[in-house]
Design a protein around this ligand. Structure first.
Ligand SMILES: Cc1cc2nc3c(=O)[nH]c(=O)nc-3n(C[C@H](O)[C@H](O)[C@H](O)COP(=O)(O)OP(=O)(O)OC[C@H]3O[C@@H](n4cnc5c(N)ncnc54)[C@H](O)[C@@H]3O)c2cc1C
Length: 309
């Protein structure tokens, strides 16, 4: 059994690393356990984080780790957390490599994961010319001919958003007809073309989309795609500990990252639907501050009770 940590951080993406930086600078003993499978690992450039626009996700993490390594009370382990138990002040965390670690607090920054992509040819272009968020990659696809693989109310929302970057796009519902008559009419009124046929295959070369072939024989020339993948929570260990979550799998937290279980926190994509690096980092920092405040308060109270006995 390893030494009792002040906090274990499960997940070393922007949220977990930001929390570690705060806690390391606050002289807390912290272990970050990360299996190193972030959701954005497919993308070549990450955008929108001031001073780091266009950086690769791997470089972002490496710079973060280098900076955090200046604080000697922070340690890293490459491993997967598969279980956790205990209560505030004494948690036990078990990993797939057979290690058991203990800590006073736990922070889950486990992100979200994509369900396997069901469309033939999509995996080959994901992160290269097919993306999920116009704010992340819309600039790179500006004025291009795009396919939006989406249906229902989400199609309307995505069409409005993407129209800020290009007016050349077609909605491909991939055979899903789950919108209301009003939503459908609104798209038609805006002269947005819609292809309802299921997609047979996305053709590409070196990761760049060339055309989409549909089951009904049609094909669509385009150079980029936006789509909405189905997401699942990065890990079910928070739920094992009793953390409440929404239908989407998102862990429910307060503004400081506290879950319903005392001593257990969550931040980043696993606890919000903002899905931006800067938002994940901000919530991780806030959770780090909150954990530190709680630890300081507990130590403060303990010292009073000790001196009065
Ligand atoms: C294709 C794509 C492109 C994107 N581009 C951008 C962009 O340009 N700009 C932007 O702001 N955002 C972008 N995003 C969103 C961004 O990636 C996320 O918002 C951000 O990474 C969330 O950070 P996080 O720390 O919450 O989670 P993550 O970065 O996903 O990190 C979670 C970490 O926890 C680890 N983990 C999970 N479970 C366990 C476990 N049980 N044990 C140990 N470790 C575990 C994972 O392996 C992972 O390393 C993009 C997303 C995608 C999918």
């Amino acid at each position: 059994m390893e030494q009792l940590q002040d906090a274990i951080i499960v997940g070393g993406g922007p949220a977990g690393l930001s929390a570690a930086l705060i806690l390391g600078r606050a002289r807390k003993h912290v272990l970050i356990i990360d299996e190193e499978l972030p959701r954005n690992r497919v993308t070549q450039e990450s955008h929108g984080f001031l001073t780091r626009d266009g950086i690769t996700p791997a470089d972002f993490r490496q710079i973060a780790r280098e900076q955090i390594s200046r604080y000697p009370t922070v340690q890293f382990a490459t491993d997967t957390v598969i279980g956790a138990n205990g209560s505030d002040g004494q948690f036990e965390v078990v990993t797939s490599q057979g290690h058991t670690y203990t800590s006073k607090k736990i922070l889950f920054t486990v992100g979200m994961k994509d369900r396997p992509l069901a469309i033939s040819g999509l995996q080959e272009v994901y992160g290269k010319s097919a993306f999920v968020c116009p704010y992340c990659d819309g600039w790179e696809l500006r004025d291009q001919k795009l396919a939006l693989i989406v249906s229902g109310a989400t199609a309307l929302h995505l069409a409005k958003t993407v129209s800020g970057w290009t007016s050349h796009f077609t909605i491909c519902t991939n055979g899903m007809n789950d919108w209301t008559a009003e939503e459908h009419e609104e798209l038609i009124n805006h002269q947005i073309s819609i292809i309802d046929s299921p997609i047979q295959h996305i053709h590409s070369a070196s990761g760049i989309v060339e055309h989409i072939q549909f089951e009904d024989g049609h094909s669509l020339l385009c150079t980029g795609i936006f789509f909405t993948p189905e997401l699942v929570t990065g890990s079910d260990v928070p739920q094992m500990l009793g953390c409440e979550s929404a239908d989407t799998g998102m862990i429910i937290v307060d503004e400081f990252g506290k879950t319903n279980i005392p001593g257990v926190y969550s931040a980043g994509d696993s606890a919000s639907r903002k899905y931006q690096v800067v938002a994940a980092a901000a919530s991780g920092s806030m959770a780090g501050i909150s954990i530190n405040s709680e630890l300081l308060e507990e130590a403060w109270q303990y010292n009073v009770s000790k001196s009065s006995t």
